[in-house]
Design a protein around this ligand. Structure first.
Ligand code: NDP
Length: 312
């Protein structure tokens, strides 16, 4: 006899990154039945992060390794994990109904949105065409394909600089193209990168197109934002780190998003809909870090417990 699939939970957490997994840990330790739903492997953006050096207790840790440890902790007290992209969220009185692309509709008393953000595209010609053929958004995944090559990184934030440094272990040279005359990355990261003799920074420069030979990337077209000059630069690969956009499409009709699509919460991580919470990067928040995501998860786990307990 096949076991019947469980579809009803106390809480559904959409997204199994650091915020979602921490919420799962706290909620399951409070004896709630918990389902984490994710469109991919647990860990979220940790899986695209090479080395993390600013998460307390871990002087230096690889993103995927930390993801695995978080997952083990998150599921230790009974929280479940299921694969599926959330397509629709409906409210039926106190009940939250979540439908995935796998055709499942799960229900719960509380919903925690922990879906994070996804990397923004540059939106230039050649970007989509050469995806997987030299255009990448993930140094950890693709860096090793570029041994002794020249790589271009686009962006000036922490991701661009940190992932650029990671790429220097494979590439001969990594050129970071920064559209303004300065970086946004934190000072310690900038200092480290500027001491790395494989790293080169070119400022005031935007990428306007990615060129290839049909098989792979060969060059990028550039525009100097100061002088107005256009140019071209040889490249074997281009890694794009130009910020993130929230993954909140299924929630647009709930009227809980700001004008850029981030979820608005109060200081207890509740949205204006009773029983709907949001944690981590997906929230409108001044800082998006693993540490802040985990802090959100702890508080939300507790708040969800109180909410569900009050329904009794
Ligand atoms: P950010 O939003 O911090 O930076 C995006 C960068 O891309 C900026 O330099 C921006 O330029 C540039 N940019 C945006 N659009 C374009 C474009 N079309 N063409 C060229 N450049 C463009 O994104 P990150 O992914 O770096 O970081 C996201 C968040 O995660 C941040 O809060 C960051 O601090 C955090 N983070 C923390 C890490 C850590 O603590 N170890 C590691 C990685 C990320 P401009 O400045 O001109 O807007």
């Amino acid at each position: 006899m096949t076991e019947e699939k469980k579809l009803n939970y106390d809480v559904i957490i959409v997204g199994a990154g650091p915020a979602g997994m921490t919420t799962a840990l706290y909620a399951s330790r409070a004896n709630l039945s918990v389902l984490m739903l994710d469109r991919g492997i647990y860990g979220g953006n940790l899986n695209n992060t090479a080395t993390i050096e600013n998460y307390t207790g871990f002087p230096s840790v690889e993103g995927p390794d930390l993801a695995k440890q978080m997952y083990e902790g998150a599921t230790k007290f009974g929280a479940e994990y299921a694969y599926g992209t959330v397509e629709k969220v409906e409210l039926d009185g106190d009940l939250k109904k979540v439908t995935t692309d796998m055709g499942d509709t799960f229900t719960a008393k509380a919903l925690v949105i922990a879906s994070g953000s996804e990397q923004r595209k540059l939106g230039v010609p050649g970007e989509a065409e050469y995806g997987g053929k030299g255009v990448s958004y993930c140094a950890v995944c693709d860096g090793a394909f570029f041994k002794n090559k020249h790589l271009i990184v686009v962006g000036g934030g922490d991701s661009a600089v940190e992932e650029g440094m990671y790429l220097t272990q494979f590439a001969d040279k990594v050129t970071v193209l920064v559209r303004k005359d300065h970086l946004r990355a934190v000072a310690v990261t900038q200092d480290k990168a500027k001491q790395n003799n494989k790293m080169e920074f070119i400022y005031n420069t935007s990428v306007t197109a990615i060129e290839g030979d049909d098989q792979k990337v060969v060059a990028v077209k550039t525009h100097n934002n100061e002088t107005g000059e256009d140019g071209e630069m040889q490249a074997d690969g281009i890694f794009i780190y130009v910020g993130n956009d929230p993954m909140t499409k299924p929630y647009t009709d709930l009227n809980i998003l700001d004008d850029q699509g981030w979820v608005i919460t109060d200081d207890k991580l509740a949205t204006k809909i009773p029983g709907v919470f949001a944690v981590g990067d997906v929230r409108e928040t001044p800082l998006r870090q693993i540490a802040t995501a985990v802090g959100d998860g702890a508080l939300a786990g507790q708040e969800v417990f109180k909410y569900v307990d009050n329904l009794k």
